[in-house]
Design a protein around this ligand. Structure first.
Ligand code: L14
Length: 348
């Protein structure tokens, strides 16, 4: 590896919705790359993609693909990560994994750099990138917890279709057009591709993201619950989630109810803490109708917070509205941040 020119970087799932954003982010942040290797499943191998003006042909990801790779960014689905992440590590790479394959593995740090960057140094070759909905919520909650303590979290999400991939994006687009033309289009992808039943997403709201678990919660809801406790190092924190898919393309919004420990917390004090928090932007001015929306957050790497209100009955209860680009801070940008931290701190 040439220290001057940079690192050998592999992007696994380069043709996917997140993979494409990873490439854009690496390019935008001028990540120090000596050699870039683009990998995918067999299905997408052969695709040509551009990086820094050069054309790269995507190759099928195999164990040997990781020979000489320093950093491998995985976002090709859980089964690809399970099959190949350890193969990459065996060959000397450090893996930043964007799937749910290893997130709750106790030997794998689960990291949002603004929240728990130092967990990265305990990695054993794999660092997990949390679920998109979890990332934006904990980015807002960490500074509040640090200043006022946190006793409870209840969240309802309003999630974009791009989290479910490019085919879901196409489905929303095609279905919306068909609906306005008075035509019928059979839903095929959402709520979850591979499930028995599909429901229309256009002009609808679907209270199912990822598959149902035995306890009646969906896997997306359980990811938010379990990952939040792990990232905040607070196993006993009560967290409940309801995850809902809405018909827009990018950025998730969340209505978050929290109860804090400190009697002195106020809307103004929480606003001040969030103003100073890294990666968080306060957009909270109801008098002037200022609050974030999925469209206003799209394309930006920060987490936006508005609508901060005191609960009317619970003295230590507060409500927040949290919005962020699910493909950037929720996925690509958070992964690249982890990779930057590995380099900056000599944790590779
Ligand atoms: O767990 O369908 O990283 O929107 C997050 C997005 C799983 C799918 C994860 C979706 C994915 C989910």
């Amino acid at each position: 590896m040439s220290e001057l020119k940079g690192y050998q970087v592999a992007v696994v799932g380069a043709t996917g919705a997140v993979g494409q954003k990873i490439l854009e982010t690496l390019e935008k942040k001028q990540f120090p790359i000596a050699k870039l290797i683009l990998l995918s499943s067999k299905r997408s191998a052969g695709t040509n993609l551009k990086y820094n003006g050069e054309v790269y042909t995507v190759e099928e990801a195999k164990p040997e693909s990781f020979e000489g790779v320093n950093i491998a960014l995985f976002s090709a689905g859980g089964s690809v990560s399970k099959a190949l992440a350890h193969e990459a590590v065996k060959r000397g790479a450090v893996v930043v994994d964007n799937t749910s394959a290893f997130r709750m593995d106790e030997n794998v740090p689960l990291v949002v750099p603004e929240v728990n960057e130092s967990d990265i140094k305990n990695h054993n070759g794999i660092i997990a990138n949390p679920n998109c909905s979890t990332i934006q919520m904990v980015a807002a909650l960490k500074p509040i917890k640090a200043s006022f303590g946190l006793k409870r979290v209840l969240v309802s999400t309003y999630q974009a279709v791009s989290g479910a991939g490019n085919q879901a994006v196409e489905e929303l687009s095609d279905q919306s057009q068909a609906f306005l033309n008075g035509e019928d289009l059979e839903p095929e992808i959402l709520p979850v591709s591979g499930e028995k039943k599909h429901y229309p997403i256009a002009f609808n709201a679907l209270p199912q993201i990822d598959v149902f678990q035995e306890n009646g919660y969906t896997f997306e809801e359980m990811k938010m619950i379990n990952e939040t406790k792990k990232i905040l190092h607070d196993d006993k924190l009560p967290v409940a989630a309801t995850c809902v898919r809405l018909p827009f393309f990018t950025s998730h919004a969340e209505s978050v109810y929290i109860e804090v420990e400190d009697d002195h917390a106020s809307v103004e004090a929480i606003q001040k803490v969030l103003t100073e928090a890294p990666g968080v932007v306060l957009e909270d001015d109801p008098e002037n109708q200022v609050y974030p929306t999925p469209l206003s957050a799209t394309g930006k790497s920060d987490v936006f917070v508005g609508r901060i209100r005191k609960d009317l009955d619970q003295p230590k209860g507060f409500h927040l509205w949290v919005v962020s680009d699910n493909l950037l801070k929720g996925a690509a940008w958070n992964s690249v941040q982890i990779a930057e931290s590995l380099i900056k701190n000599n944790w590779l």
